[in-house]
Design a protein around this ligand. Structure first.
Ligand code: ADP
Ligand code: MG
Length: 334
């Protein structure tokens, strides 16, 4: 017998709320930010065939759906509080739901995050999460705070053998697509695909960067494309700021280093699905950024500098220009 709507909510998505005054089961949930805090709110939708492949393990799908939302809180320097889960399901498949819930709950528990409500309906597989965090009034990291002369930084895993380096999600996607010329041995693929399926949101780093970074964004659509949002929003009177970026300074995994230079550049600069933090800070705060990285056990790498003149200049360590022909990802243009 298949599960009914309320049975499946009760079985898989009803858990005691630990820090929220009221969780799943009433018409509204109640969230209580601490005094002096602003609520930070973000929604992300994951659609089968668009954002994930039907073959992904349900547990990883749960992890990723929550991770991409946590990444938005991280980019604002907000502390996670609670989230809601709106689900469209083709059928009430108990095994699928148990896996999905395991992935969600495991990551939520690591961030002390309550699932406080949602909606459940029949339909093509689609997950829409809304996440709520808190940040001291006026302390949120914004896209609009970069200044000429600021250093540009990107986060990365600490160890070379850790999964999820910049560009690796895109490299995994190219393997799935069967792109010729890749240098990815079969036994390396299971590790590589973790970048695409199990991103690690940089929540601790976001918190540590409050009061240090001048602007921040999380890289979801490709580093250069997302950087344009920062440059545009930070420029005076609608004129974007510019950037000079050293492509050889970009952090990368040993497997990425084995690829052709052209593929490395495309994955690192225009890959997408990275969920690293891209942020700026005044040169005087260089040491404070390093300390924030250490406090949050997250790698941080300085990759360039913000300029008053508009324009994106990418060069390698010899000073040669690197071509950047990629348009940023756009759901209605790609
Ligand atoms: P309403 O009709 O008042 O919107 P529902 O009958 O849709 O409420 O849902 C009952 C309760 O279960 C509500 O508290 C709602 O927030 C919660 N809920 C529904 N779907 C989910 C889900 N997928 N995950 C978590 N909570 C859910
Ligand atoms: Mg409802």
């Amino acid at each position: 017998m298949s599960l009914g709507e309320f049975d499946l909510i009760a079985r898989h998505f009803t858990r005691p709320a630990r820090r929220s005054p009221l969780g799943v089961g009433d018409d509204c949930a109640l969230i209580a930010p601490a005094p002096g805090m602003q609520l930070a709110v973000s929604s992300d939708m994951l659609v089968e065939g668009r954002h994930f492949l039907s073959t992904v393990a349900p547990e990883r799908l749960g992890h990723k759906a929550l991770a991409v939302n946590l990444s938005d809180l991280a980019a604002c320097g907000a502390k996670p509080l609670a989230y809601t889960l709106a689900l469209a399901l083709p059928r009430a498949d108990d095994t699928f739901l148990a896996g999905l819930a395991r992935g969600l709950h495991a990551l939520a528990d690591r961030h002390d995050l309550d699932l406080v409500g949602g909606d459940t309906t029949a339909g093509p597989l689609n997950l829409c999460l809304t996440i709520f965090g808190e940040v001291p009034t006026g302390a949120a990291l914004l896209r609009s705070g970069a200044r000429p002369g600021d250093e540009l930084w990107v986060s990365h895993p600490l160890g070379e053998d850790e999964p999820g380096w910049l560009g690796d999600a895109r490299l995994a996607l190219e393997v799935f697509r069967g792109t010729p010329g890749l240098r990815v041995p079969g036994e390396a693929f299971d590790h590589l695909r973790l970048a695409m399926e199990c991103p690690e949101p940089r929540v601790a780093l976001g918190l540590a960067l409050r009061g240090v970074a001048s602007s921040a964004i999380d890289v979801s659509d490709g580093l250069l494309g997302d950087l344009q949002h920062v440059l545009r929003r930070s420029g005076p009177d609608g004129r974007p700021l510019g950037v000079v970026l050293d492509a050889d300074a970009l952090p990368r995994s040993p497997l990425m280093r084995a690829q052709t230079a052209a593929l490395q550049h495309e994955c690192l600069l225009a890959g997408g699905d990275d969920y690293e933090l891209l942020f700026t800070a005044a040169p005087a705060d260089h040491g404070a950024v390093r300390a924030a990285g250490q406090r949050s056990a997250t790698g941080v790498r300085c990759i360039g500098r913000i300029t008053a003149e508009s324009g994106t200049t990418v060069h390698d360590r010899h000073g040669h220009r690197v071509a950047t022909p990629w348009a940023s990802f756009d759901h209605f243009r790609s």
